[in-house]
Structure formats: C-alpha cells, structure tokens
Design a protein around this ligand. Structure first.
Ligand code: GRF
Length: 223
C-alpha cells in the first residue's frame, strides 16, 4: 500500500475528488494507495472537514506560527515524513515551498495548477486567460521543481473559453476537469503506468500520450 499525503490550504474540492477516487481499492495490491494524512497550513481550511468526515488523519502546520519559511518548511517536512509518503500531493496549497523542501521530495511531489502551464504561472490564472483572449484554457498536473509552477508535466486538461465568458464560469469549467485529472494522474503514478524519466520528462508505459490530454468537450464538438 502506497501512502499519499495531501497538502491543502482551502476548500479541498480536489482532495474530495481524490478521496472519491478510492485508490486504496485497486485490484492489484501493490498498486493500492491510501490518503495517509491531510495537512493544512490554515486551521480553518474547509478541506480538513472533508478529511475528518472520511476518517483521514489531519494535521495543521500553521505558517503564521513560524519566524520564516525555513522553520515552517522543516516543521512541514517532519509532519509529512511521519506518514512515510510515497507521494506528496499539493491540492490548493497556497505557500511557496523552499528549495530544500522541494529537493527532499524530488520525484514524488505533485501540484495541480489552474492553467495550461507554462502559460500563466502564479495567481489569477482565469482572469489572465480571459484578458489574453485565450480560446482554450485548462489545468496542469506536474512534478514540482524549485521554480514556481514549473516542473515536468504529467497531464493537462483543456477546456474552451466561450463567448462572453466570466471568470466564475471559466473557473468552474476548469475545476470540473481538475477533479478528473488529479485522480487519473495519481492512478497512473501509483500503478507505474506513468513515471518521471531520468531526462526529466514523464513517460507512459505502455505509451499513450493522448491519454494525458483531457479535452472537454472533445475536439469536434462544434462541427
Ligand atoms: C484549484 O484550482 C487548484 O488548481 C489550485 O487551487 C485550487 C484549489 O481548489 N492550485 P480546492 O481547494 O482543491 O477546491
């Protein structure tokens, strides 16, 4: 059984999607994974209630209680490592993590970002996609490297930007796909179907690059 530790800061809808995916019930024993713990840097994060409701251990490591990033990162690492994680999954975790932290979890630290990276790293991605006149937008799951919102891409989900879109509607359209994308990526990684190659690119075995591109609605919908 592989261990997943999920880090959150907020409402936890991606956490909810990972819980619902029930990776612990894979038919192949070595390919099972459980959410071993949910850790939040914010005591009031809604996602903590989701974890508690499913009997998942929770922990709060409140960044405001630390003098700076390094002591916070060290405390967070200790809290995570207590659960012997195979995978550390950032799901709406809103703190930038330091170099040592990222290197400590190299190859097992994942993030979901609400844009088609490398476009629009950072905040306010939906506003920026609309302002740029994008016709498509989406979400990316990637391995985390020390630079913000960068690192080897595992999979992306693409949604259309429609006429007279609003930030709220576009955000909801992307979020719906995030909830499909993150569990799928975890299934691939836990099963070994996808892995991070030594060249820093993600490989699929058997190869199926199209499987890593969710397009919703599928291309051709407006024919
Ligand atoms: C998601 O849009 C995710 O891509 C971003 O933060 C948001 C978290 O939402 N990193 P939730 O807490 O999972 O509902």
């Amino acid at each position: 059984m592989q261990n997943i530790v999920v880090l959150i800061s907020g409402r936890g809808s991606n956490l909810q999607a990972l819980v619902a995916a029930d990776l612990a019930s894979s038919p192949i024993v070595e390919q099972r994974a459980r959410i071993a713990a949910v850790i939040s840097n914010r005591p009031g994060a809604g996602g903590l209630d989701i974890a508690r409701a499913h009997g998942i251990p929770t922990r709060i490591v409140d960044h405001t209680a630390f003098a700076g990033r390094e002591p916070f990162d060290r405390a967070l690492m200790a809290a995570i490592d207590a659960h012997a994680p195979d995978w550390v999954v950032l799901a709406g975790f809103m703190r930038v993590l330091g170099h040592d932290f990222v290197l400590h979890y190299a190859g097992r630290l994942l993030n979901i970002h609400p844009s088609l990276l490398p476009l629009f790293p950072g905040l306010h991605t939906h506003e920026r996609a609309l302002a740029a006149g994008m016709r498509v937008h989406g979400a990316t799951v990637h391995f985390v490297t020390p630079d913000l919102d960068s690192g080897p891409i595992v999979a992306q989900a693409v949604v259309p930007v429609v006429e007279d879109d609003t930030v709220e509607r576009l955000a909801a359209r992307v979020l719906e796909q995030e909830h499909r994308l993150y569990p799928q990526v975890l299934r691939w990684l836990v099963s070994g179907r996808a892995r991070l190659g030594e060249d820093g690119r993600v490989r699929f075995d058997p190869p199926a690059p199209e499987a890593a591109a969710l397009v919703s609605p599928p291309l051709g919908y407006c024919d």
